[in-house]
Every structure is written in structure tokens, then in C-alpha cells.
Design a binder for this molecule. Sequence first.
Ligand code: PHE
Ligand code: ZN
Ligand code: ZN
Ligand code: ZN
Length: 297
Amino acid sequence: PPDISLTAVKAHLTQFQSIATANGGNRAHGRPGYLASANYVKGKLDAAGFTTTLQSFTYGGATGYNVIADWPGGDTNNTLMIGAHLDSVASGPGINDNGTGSAAILETALEVSRQSLAPTRHLRFAWWGAEELGLRGSQAYVNGLSSTERSRIKGYYNFDMVGSPNPGYFLYDGDNSDGVGSGPGPAGSAQLEATLQAYFSSIGVATRGTDFDGRSDYGPFIAVGIPAGGTFTGAEGTKTSAQATLWGGTAGQPFDPCYHRACDTITNVNDTALNRNSDAIAYAVWTTAVTTPPPPA
Ligand code: PHE
Ligand code: ZN
Ligand code: ZN
Ligand code: ZN
């Protein structure tokens, strides 16, 4: 798997910050900074040879958009999806939440193109609208799938907040091995978690499980039985002293003190966490889509 360029990921973050600054300080659903963000992402993907769709939906009297990007080729009956929400809250620019996940999966998609990757499985990337208002974009996407289309999606990786300034290294606990959240996810979620775990083990970074309760865009997927996984570096929760011993950073302080605030700007990012998570995403995409044989039908 490739090493994703932190510089390139941060260049996307700088663009998201500029878009927010030029549009009233946010990239929220129904505001001009959201559509500008969607057009930025779509433009990069179109230029890289993806087949893209701007899927619109209505929520709260405003039009929202998901950007869906298919990489041509691979077995569409064995599709792997990778997603991140692109909207911010109205109170800030949303650079860690979730410019980081959006930029990391964008750069991974662009690397798929640069390498002319020919995966066994079909790859579909998604940038969701209106997550902050209750997972509205991802829910609209899942609702819009026929049962056949749904059954073709064999796994979904979600990335929401992957550069928190006082980071933890969390994996959605799809196998419930840490006993957090509401139990194991759909069969197959354990494998997605194990793949991410293998990456962090390879770089010698400890991980811990985090709730697999639907508090981000994987929720609508697991609700219909699609296996899911993903990483997370922490939100408003407080880092414990045990976690500070494990990962460094500051005990007794939030993982992200600027969560949902105006200070969630370009400076609200831990580069090491963002770099590790970006590489974890590429590792997961390459190993899951290229080298894993399809499960028996
Ligand atoms: N979905 C939450 C938000 O955008 C953040 C979050 C992500 C919380 C993953 C828990 C797990 O505000
Ligand atoms: Zn988020
Ligand atoms: Zn949020
Ligand atoms: Zn687990």
C-alpha cells in the first residue's frame, strides 16, 4: 500500500479552510460553503478519472448533497465503500470534524488514480452531506438503494475526525472485543476492524475500541446489515491518564477542545494522527480491495 502524502492531505484541508473563510466561517448543510466543498472534491475526482455523481436530498428545507465517486472496474457485486462526512456544524469551519476524514479519503482516492489501481473489488468513495443534522446524507443514500444494490455493498469504511489535536487511536469496535457500544456489528465488521488493526500494529501504535453505536455515517449501513469499520481520534471526551501514557498528549483534556466550535480551524489538527490515519486508510483500501479474495456468495 502507498504512503499517503501528509502534505497533500493538508493542502485539501487548507482549501476547506479557505472555502469556510470565504463563506461566513462554515461549511454547513444548506450554506454556500457546503456546496463549494462538494464542488472542490468533485472537481478533483473528475479530473482523476472517477465517475462522480452529486446526489441531492432535502433536509430541513434545504438541499443537501452527497458526492459519490466510483472507480471504474472491479467486481461491482463485491463493492467496498469508503466514506466521510463533508459538512461542518454552522458554528465553525469543521476542519478536524470532518475536513480530516474528507481530505484523507480524497487523497487516497487520488492515489488510486495515480497508481491506476485495478482492484478485484469495485471501489466507491462517498462524501456525505448533513451528517451533523443526524446522518441525513448517508441515510438518504442507503434509503435510495434497491435491495440488489444494497446487497452488492460488502463493506463500508467510515472516517470521521482523524486528526484530533490531543489524539487517541480508536477503531470502531466491530467485533465488540472491547465491549463498548451496542454489541458486535454485522458479520464482516470484525474483519474490517482487524485490517485497520493490522496497520496500526505494523507501525507499533496501540489502538483501543470505541463505540459502534451509529454516531457517524456508518450507522445507516450497519442498520441494514452492511459490515462497517473505521477509525476515530476522539471528540469531546476527555483523555484519561492511562490513555496519555499509551499515546502521549494531555490527560484531563478533551481529545478535541475545539469540537463543534469556531476554533476547529486549520491549526486544530495533529499532523502525526492525520498522517497515521491517512496511511491506515490506504492500507485498508489496498489490502481489502486488491488482495482479499471475495467471500463465498
Ligand atoms: N459524528 C460525530 C460528529 O460529527 C463525531 C463522532 C465520530 C463521534 C465518531 C463518535 C464517533 O460530531
Ligand atoms: Zn463528524
Ligand atoms: Zn460533528
Ligand atoms: Zn474490537
